[in-house]
Each structure stands twice: as structure tokens, then as C-alpha cells.
Write a protein that binds this ligand. Structure first.
Ligand SMILES: [Zn+2]
Length: 156
């Protein structure tokens, strides 16, 4: 597999892993009403969504240099970085807003055992994505992928 293909493959599976994690958590958010879990779910959804600009960057960078763009389309990755930061910012603001609303209008939380289980799912999902990204990132020498692996581990 070519390096950029392997990077794309890693991004796809990271996306699937984080999306599955977020969907499982979202189900528990609906039955429990836990705003703490809602924040983590929004965070994981946001992290999953960052795969889209990264994937586009990898795909566009693939053709390499041309007559007009003599260094190729590598700068697209910088733009993807900006979009990733904006997604993370937006998910943080959404989670913060939800927490503030709940702080001033407290609601009971139901099915606490399910919230605990969903927290463990969040940890395991992030840790699996972390191990995978770091391994593939080292293999294809992508500092960005390794860094994103450490990001997922911290999230866990
Ligand atoms: Zn994160």
C-alpha cells in the first residue's frame, strides 16, 4: 500500500471507530439525560468529523506536483488543519453551552450504570483509535497521525 493510501485507510477506520463510540454514547445520553456524557459524545463526534477535511487533504495531495502547483497540493493539508481546529472549537462551544444550560436548570440523571458503561465505551473506543493511529502513523512516518493518536489517548 502506498503511504497516502495507508494514511487514508487509517483515517477511514479512525472515523468508523469514533463514530461507533459516539453513537453508542448518544443512545445512553437519550435515556439518561446525562449532560457530562453529552459533552463527551459531542467531543467524539467532533473528533470523528475531523476525518473529513483530513481525508480530503490526503486525496487532493495525492496527485503530486503539476506545472502550475510545483510543490503539489500539500498546502491543502494546512487548510485541513485550520478546519479541524474550527470543528474542535465548535464542539467545545456546543458542549460548554449544554453544560451551562444544565447548570442553571438542573435535571435528574437516570440509568447511572448505563452512563458508567458508556464512559468505559468512550475510553475503549478512544484507546483503540489511539493505538491504531500511533502504529500506522509511525509506519508511514506521519507526525500528524501519531499526534492525533496521542490526542485520542488523552481524550480516553
Ligand atoms: Zn478530542
Amino acid at each position: 500500500m502506498v503511504t497516502s493510501e495507508k494514511g487514508m485507510w487509517a483515517i477511514k477506520w479512525s472515523f468508523a471507530g469514533l463514530l461507533m463510540t459516539a453513537l453508542l454514547q448518544a443512545a445512553v445520553v437519550l435515556v439518561s439525560g446525562s449532560v457530562a456524557l453529552l459533552s463527551d459524545t459531542i467531543h467524539n463526534l467532533g473528533d470523528a468529523a475531523t476525518a473529513v477535511p483530513l481525508g480530503v487533504a490526503f486525496a487532493l495531495a495525492r496527485p503530486g506536483a503539476s506545472r502550475r502547483f510545483t510543490y503539489g497540493y500539500g498546502r491543502v493539508e494546512d487548510l485541513a488543519g485550520v478546519i479541524v481546529v474550527l470543528i474542535v472549537l465548535f464542539s467545545a462551544l456546543a458542549a460548554g453551552y449544554g453544560a451551562m444550560v444544565r447548570f442553571f436548570d438542573p435535571q435528574p440523571v437516570a440509568f447511572l450504570w448505563a452512563v458508567v458503561a458508556a464512559s468505559l465505551v468512550g475510553f475503549l473506543g478512544n484507546e483503540m483509535v489511539a493505538v491504531f493511529r500511533i502504529r500506522v502513523g509511525r509506519e508511514i512516518e506521519s507526525a500528524a497521525l501519531v499526534a492525533d493518536g496521542h490526542h485520542a489517548r488523552t481524550d480516553g
